[in-house]
Unconditional design. Sequence first.
Length: 427
Amino acid sequence: MPENTENQRKKAIVFAGGGSKGAYQAGAWKALEELGEHFDIATGTSIGSINAAMYVQHDFEAAWQLWNTITVEEIMTNGINMDKSVEAIFSQRDQLIPFLKNFINQKGADVTPFHRKLDEYFDAGKFFCSDIDYALVTVHYPSFAPRTVYKKEMQRLGEDAWKWLAASGACYPVFPPMNVEGEDYVDGGYFDNIPVAPAFKLGAEEALVIDLKPDKNHAGYLHHPRIKYIKPSRDLGTFLNFDKDALQFSLKLGYNDTMKAYGRYMGRLYTFVPSADSPAQVEWLADCFMDLLTEAEASFDFSGSVKAKERVNNLEGCTTLLASSLGVFRPTEPELFFEALESLLRQLGFDPDTVYDFSSFLYKLKTEVDGMYPMLEYETETAFEVVRSFIRNYRKSKNPEHKKLEDDRVMLIYTSLIRALQKAENL
């Protein structure tokens, strides 16, 4: 029997739950549109069920408009943005007391505006006639028994099928339970916030997961050869913060992270747009960096830079630190190079929200480090101190309150990286 080609495989897109952080998924969807990626099945939980439903409707423009304009008042009557800081909540004191009164009287927030929004954006004609299959996860209340609801079951409600989306997104106890067909339901995240299993039950042969947490809800999915996993490279904040700046941050990050996942952008916390020369530049720099770092690790005495209980063998001092930061058991040389580069950029105060042209950026950075005396002409210990002084002075010009660099392993990484940049030609 002939094997399926990649284009013949039935593909699913899986949207995780996460409230207002769902803007990240709209940014990812924008990138997928530009990449020409299309999926046969969409599944979701909570806000993911709503984004998935709009995906089924082929309503990208409507979803993009929604996430660019939505406010907390369109979610809850007298709603407040629930930022992480108490100060941010109490800065909305004019809305806080009415919100709390509604919350007590309604036994949860008044989410009538949220339901109106769902009714407005859910198009039964588009949804049920779509060639894309669908499933969502919700949880029965008060039994907390999970329930997966499939597209074909939702047809019973016709135009009111949006109520299943409201059920999946009823983040109890903030939101009250949602009644559908005579039964109460609450947020599907109580059971499965990333509904991959329903996607495969619907016949998917591979899946793309778009998570909304930097830490992984289902770490096992990372090891599955049929699952591609995209997660935020930075924290998206709380799940009930519809502040415009917070939503714009999530939209942009979702777009950038997805472009990175498909190889169009480079970087992890920083974002670089590659040129035709970039792969060769990365390969050369990564190889040179690892040559210099391995030599330095073997010769440098770490005994004075770590506590007795943190005994470090020479060859595991720096590479272990980089691998631990990456969260990768056996990283590649380019991954180690980028982790070292991004760590240096954080120390130098480069803006992580800027999208950098990789070749132009390397040229600028090389110009900066070439201003120091050539590191290759120093002994490791001397170069080490010169780099420490360079970073200290660079940071002082931008932030006089910067923290002192204490870890010798970090400084050895920076020294090896700067040496590699100085050694490079034609950047």
